[in-house]
Design a protein around this ligand. Structure first.
Ligand code: AMP
Length: 330
């Protein structure tokens, strides 16, 4: 695997790699979710490039830019072991030279709601770095995780708007055995928080189950998911019961602070008033200072049971792997 630190090195080395070229951008701290992007790229492309770059422009003030885990000595062998041909791992100065003054902004609800509202600047910073990375690597196919559904929708939007010559492929969310979506930030969770973290996915499953009821409305689905998330799954002991009655948080039982649970169109992120094939149930909640996000497609047609074992995407391009179909196995 070629490790390229500069843009010039990367462009030079990529000239000799066979096409089509797949590309999987990451911020490192690699896990199976990232590596599944590489696997997807390997099935479609003759060569695969990855990147590892903790992008300062997509972190807001007070976010975890400084603490974000950085470990190239662990990440590079993981990429290499999955067959990545070239990793681009630039310094911040290589990407943002002195005097850097350009931005990429996708306007409208797609960037102003949900993640855009909760993390001002994140989607603009992400759009900027992905635009730069696409220009540097010039891949034929870009592989992004469906876990970051709004990010995926924003990238699809600006790739179309700017006529960038790349195909964007969404890759199903990879989960821990108990249902928690894999994320580099899961490492921040305390053991107690980690124990309840899968309830976020459990809430999405409860929402999807409610969506199957006759005449279910988006509101019914959101209520079912919210109730599932905020109702403690474990029986309360006496001290916790008293604390709950007093409206106090019990230190023994970490609880979610809900940011949003909503049903949106997967492409526009407009809230939906009726359930449709492109309906996504999206959620974000905090456990302590760690913010988790997850999403699930609602349409049963996106999960043809016969196809589940193949891991192939459903007809609307937003299918998830079979393991995503199952309830958490805590
Ligand atoms: P990050 O390193 O967090 O910027 O993520 C890099 C890429 O990996 C993005 O396209 C993410 O959507 C994708 N990704 C992160 N977690 C997962 C996961 N659990 N399953 C699939 N893709 C993921």
């Amino acid at each position: 695997m070629i490790v390229a630190r500069t843009i010039a090195e990367t462009r030079g080395a990529l000239r000799s790699l066979p096409r089509p070229l797949g590309f999987t951008p990451t911020m490192g701290a690699l896990h199976e979710g990232h590596l599944s992007l590489v696997d997807a790229a390997k099935t479609r492309c003759a060569s695969v490039a990855g990147s590892v770059f903790v992008n300062s422009t997509q972190f807001g003030q007070g976010e975890d830019f400084d603490e974000y885990p950085r470990d190239e000595a662990r990440d590079f062998p993981l990429f290499e072991g999955r067959g990545v041909d070239l990793v681009f791992a630039p310094s911040p100065a290589e990407m943002y030279a002195g005097g850097f003054a350009t931005g990429v902004h996708v306007s409208g609800p797609l960037t102003e709601t949900y993640e855009g509202a909760s993390r001002p600047g994140y989607l603009d910073g992400m759009a900027l770095v992905v635009t730069k990375l696409l220009d540097i690597v010039q891949p034929d196919v870009l592989f992004l995780g469906e876990k970051d559904a709004q990010q995926l929708a924003v990238v699809r939007r600006f790739v179309r708007d700017l006529d960038l010559p790349v195909e964007v492929v969404g890759v199903p969310t990879v989960r821990e055995p108990d249902g928690l979506a894999m994320s580099s930030r899961n490492a921040y969770l305390t053991p107690e928080q980690r124990a309840v973290a899968p309830n976020l996915y459990g809430a999405l499953l409860a929402g999807r189950a409610a969506s199957g009821a006759p005449a279910a409305s988006p509101k019914d689905v959101v209520v079912a998911a919210t109730t599932a998330l905020l109702t403690p799954a474990l029986p309360l002991d006496e001290a916790e019961r008293v604390a709950a009655l007093r409206g106090e948080a019990s230190p023994a039982a970490p609880h979610f602070d809900l940011d949003y649970i909503a049903i949106v169109d997967a492409d526009t992120f407009q809230p939906q008033t009726t359930l449709a094939p492109r309906s996504l149930l999206i959620a974000s909640a905090r456990l302590g200072s760690t913010r988790l996000i997850d999403n699930i497609v609602l349409s049963a047609s996106a999960y043809p049971a016969k196809n589940a074992t193949t891991g192939k995407e459903g007809p609307n391009g937003h299918g998830q792997r079979q393991r995503s179909e199952e309830g958490p196995r805590a």
